[in-house]
Design a protein around this ligand. Structure first.
Ligand code: GAL
Length: 842
């Protein structure tokens, strides 16, 4: 049937005899290295690295241990993180390594778990992180040009990278010192934009490589997406698939630094999903085709707390549909399906890293690969056809490989894993009410509120302003990015003979983003915002001016995360660059225009309410001005606050901010991020069924159409006290806090379909237990979670056996076989168990 079949057969029968040669260069990954007392390498051993990205500032130190433990249990042997320059050096030479910025503690937590670490220093990182990780003060240094041959920039970059490398050295964290760091990265995806910097780009890239090597820390240094990386720097691959990648230097191993486990979300976007089947397919193909290190980006995405979200317009949740969800729960079946794959690949490590590899192309995108070493053999059968299943005969046995899947036969005989056959449980997560609050319906939190008064000039002055100049300035230049909010204030006297008098007046504001609120003489006249593909926009509003008097114009420009990607992304304009004009009788023959762009503009950074230290608001002095009556709804610029009890137990906590517009939220003084539930995702493009077959992209398998792009906001447990927790909201657009709820996230329903011969682990993932088995059938059940149906035959004891083993338990393990459930009377090759159970409080 297939011309190449004989070749494969030959390989298996003949070449298997005799030892393969150790794969040097391309495949040899000498990572498990130890050193004798003279510092001489001994015992280098090839490794397979299966790693996952967990960014330390996107969770809290209290979560790290649990996340890393779950990563290890999920079959990873390494954790990767970027280093976030602007988090560590928010102001020039003022460093911060406290709390969730405690990089040393994070790396030590990885080490304590017995895992390796991959440190991507950058210091440009992209990462949907504010300004790609650059501090904004850097942009404001005279003479600077970023990411190119520029001494001002290079000195700063070198200073920061040196701070990090020295810190790691001081704590003995590099592998050569017995630490966990086995790989480090300099720059990030510079190859994608190098063209834009001409010859300077090339020499900058070489300078980066030399800088990295100058530290002498004896780890392989990588530069991802850099296909001119100078040896010994290793060019690595980023993307949804990297099986066809080969590094530019033939001596480099084939490494994949970013296997995108899903995708990130902008405000106004739907929820992206990448299936477990497709992700496993990509990983299996990578190892089939000779890869030796792969890293999930992200393994735990987490949360963009505070003002760390990049963008513009990146949402606060950075869930990424990763194997661990935003809150640290297992995202099942993804986590479990990959765990099985990881364990299998690791069990084949020696043969994969030392074996001889042969590929066979069957045509029609069907391929086979065999690795042979020391009398042992492993086989991969890969089908990259997106709709046709194929049957292959291997040594006299037929194997059907479903479309878009890889089968792994660790002895070239038994199919132990197929990427499209998911045998792990699926968990449907639910949000539960806060039991600690003893609320009776209707649920009521008690709210206090206070207005944020719009700024305006009094006699040409504004309290706390930073400067007055006769031009419109870039927002980040003025704020140094210490706040999202910048007031642009001006005034004008309208004399009786002004050409505008007697005409209909339009205020015209041209802004480079991201949101603008306009007030004339203290009265709100309009608000407008852009989107991730339309940053720049014009707002035009009809206004009234006072004749013969001074009129004040106050524009509040708001940023929603600074640009983090692209050639020269750092110079992207933001804020009101103008023109700002008054137009009389717009569009009519007597139209007149008064350009205010070169008026004296006074700048004031931030909001008055934010000056309250830490927003804890428990100090009597700060009670001033708060009212508990006449709670306003749908009014912009309102501060709200309430107190609540911490939900019982240990499940992750979220606050549901449905009903609010847009703003910022603090819990006990911790900024939990920007909120924007009024930004609703478009109606079209969602699907309830998701076909894993065919190449994934971020528009495939979307959910959440027509819903707020983010309604729930994570409150890490460590931000909470048992009693008397304070939530403070700044509402910028107008909304109501009356629907705000505190909830916990946990598994509500768990489902699984598992083939005979496998072990099924069912778990409620937390404090809860299986309270009801809603469906169970071992035989030929059909359907999906929520709609399972029995087939024509089944083992009659299935339900009672499962009830006995699992009811009342947090977790249970089932041996899926006729031994456990009794004879099915079916005549298929392989039987399946389908089960659906409810998790409830014990
Ligand atoms: C890559 C980049 C990452 C991240 C990712 C998308 O290009 O290196 O930092 O931004 O895209 O999530």
């Amino acid at each position: 049937m297939y011309p190449d079949f004989c070749l494969f057969q030959d390989i298996l029968t003949k070449e298997i005899i005799g030892r393969g040669t150790k794969r040097e260069g391309l495949y040899f990954v000498p990572l498990d290295v130890s050193y004798d007392e003279r510092g001489i390498k001994i015992n280098g051993r090839s490794k397979i690295i299966i790693s996952g990205s967990i960014h330390y500032p996107r969770s809290t130190p209290e979560m790290w241990g649990d996340l890393i433990r779950k990563a290890k249990e999920g079959g990873l042997n390494a954790i990767e993180t970027y280093v976030f320059w602007n988090a560590h050096e928010p102001l020039y030479r003022q460093y911060d390594f406290e709390g969730n910025k405690d990089l040393v503690r994070f790396i030590k937590t990885i080490q304590d778990a017995g895992l390796y670490a991959i440190l991507r220093i950058g210091p440009y990182v992209c990462a949907e992180w504010n300004y790609g990780g650059f501090p904004v003060w850097l942009h404001n240094l005279p003479g600077i040009e970023m990411r190119t041959n520029n001494t001002v920039y290079q000195n700063e970059m070198k200073t920061f990278v040196t701070v990090i490398v020295d810190m790691m050295k001081r704590h003995n964290l590099f592998a050569i010192q017995g630490g966990p760091i086995i790989v480090a990265q300099i720059e990030n995806e510079y190859g994608n934009v190098e063209w834009a910097y001409g010859n300077n780009g090339k020499s900058y890239m070489n300078w980066c490589a030399q800088l990295a090597l100058s530290y002498g820390v004896d780890v392989p240094w990588i530069m991802c997406q850099q296909n001119d990386a100078p040896s010994p720097l290793i060019n690595t691959c980023n993307g949804w698939y990297c099986d066809q990648f080969s590094p530019n230097n033939p001596k480099s191993p084939k490494w994949w630094t970013e296997n995108w486990s899903g995708w990130f979300k902008d405000w106004g976007m739907k929820d992206p999903h990448r299936t477990a089947e497709d992700l496993a397919f990509a990983v299996a193909r990578f190892f089939q085709y000779g890869g030796s290190l792969q890293n999930y980006y992200m393994y735990h995405g987490g949360t963009n707390f505070g003002r760390t979200a990049g963008g513009p317009y990146i949402a606060t949740s950075y869930d990424y549909d990763a194997p661990l969800d935003e809150y640290g729960n297992l995202n099942q079946p993804k986590w479990g399906h990959l765990k099985r794959l990881h364990e299998l690949i690791m069990s084949m490590e020696e043969i994969l890293t030392h074996g001889v590899k042969r590929d066979v192309d069957y045509g029609n995108m069907m391929s086979g690969t065999v690795y042979m070493y020391d009398g042992k053999q492993i086989c991969f059968l890969g089908n990259a056809n997106s709709n046709q299943d194929f049957t292959v005969n291997l040594m006299g046995n037929n194997y059907t490989v479903p479309a878009w899947s890889v089968s792994i036969l660790p002895d070239c005989y038994t199919e132990v894993y197929n990427t499209a056959k998911v045998n792990t449980q699926q968990s449907l997560m639910v949000k539960l009410p806060n039991e600690a609050d003893d609320q009776t319906e209707p649920y009521e939190l008690t709210w206090d509120w206070r207005p944020e008064h719009p700024e305006h000039l009094h006699d040409g002055l504004a309290k706390g302003s930073v400067m007055t100049v006769n031009k419109l300035l870039d927002q980040k230049t003025v704020t140094n990015d210490t706040s999202d909010y910048l007031w642009y204030l001006t005034s004008l006297d309208l004399s009786k003979n002004d050409s505008l008098v007697g005409k209909k007046i339009t205020l015209h504001v041209h802004t480079n983003g991201h949101i603008v609120h306009a007030f004339v003489n203290g009265k709100h006249v309009g608000s407008q915002w852009g989107s991730s593909d339309h940053l720049e926009f014009i707002m035009e509003k009809d206004i009234k001016l006072k004749l013969g008097k001074t009129n004040t114009i106050s524009l509040l420009s708001v940023t929603v995360g600074l640009q983090n990607y692209g050639a020269n992304f750092d110079t992207t304009k933001v804020g009101i660059h103008g023109p700002v004009k008054l137009i009389g009788n717009k569009g009519q023959s007597d139209e007149v225009t008064k350009d205010l762009s070169t008026n004296p503009w006074t700048y004031k950074v931030g909001l008055n309410g934010m000056e309250v230290k830490g927003l804890q608001l428990d100090n009597a002095r700060h009670q001033h001005g708060w009212k508990s009556y006449n709670l306003p709804s749908n009014r912009l610029f309102i501060w709200y606050k309430t107190t609540f009890k911490a939900p019982l137990g240990s499940d992750p906590v979220v606050v549901d901010l449905q009903g609010l517009g847009k703003g910022v939220a603090w819990v006990n003084g911790h900024n939990i991020g920007r909120f924007w539930p009024s930004y609703v995702a478009g109606e079209d493009g969602c699907t309830t069924t998701c076909d894993y077959r065919g190449a994934y992209n971020s528009n495939k398998c979307l959910t959440n159409c027509g819903q707020p792009s983010q309604r729930w906001y994570h409150i890490p447990r460590s931000f909470l006290e048992d009693d008397g927790n304070k939530l403070v909201l700044f509402e910028e657009f107008g909304g109501t806090p009356l629907h705000v709820r505190f909830q916990t996230v946990t598994a509500g329903t768990i489902c699984a379909t598992t083939d005979e011969g496998k072990k099924l682990e069912l778990s409620c993932q937390g404090r809860r237990v299986m309270s009801e088995i809603r469906f169970a059938s071992f035989g030929e059940p059909t359907g999906a979670c929520g709609s399972y149906a029995r087939g024509s035959c089944e083992a009659p004891n299935t339900l009672s056996v499962i009830q006995k083993q699992c009811l009342g338990q947090e977790s249970c393990t089932l041996d899926v076989s006729e031994n456990t459930f009794g004879p099915t009377g079916c005549h298929q090759n392989v039987y399946r168990l389908a089960i659906e159970a409810t998790c409830d409080s014990p």
